[in-house]
Design a binder for this molecule. Structure first.
Ligand SMILES: [Zn+2]
Length: 69
């Protein structure tokens, strides 16, 4: 005799709203990491060209004066 029964995965316990919410209290947004531009001192994301003065590691990569013309 063969039983034709489908089995489903069923959670052993229903997780309460409070329990889910307590876990999610640890989900937080972190502020972006920043460093100071060595030339102009503006807050810059690490390993990126400075958007304020267009330099990277003290070298001009984007000519800001020419670009704005
Ligand atoms: Zn800069």
């Amino acid at each position: 005799m063969k039983l034709n029964i489908q089995l489903f995965a069923v959670p052993a316990r229903h997780m309460s709203k409070t329990s889910s919410r307590m876990r999610r209290t640890h989900y937080k947004i972190e502020a972006n990491a920043t460093t100071k531009c060595p030339k102009c001192g503006a807050d810059v994301r690490p390993h990126r060209v400075c958007e304020n003065c267009g330099t990277y590691k003290g070298k001009t990569v984007i000519n800001k004066e020419e670009a704005t013309k």
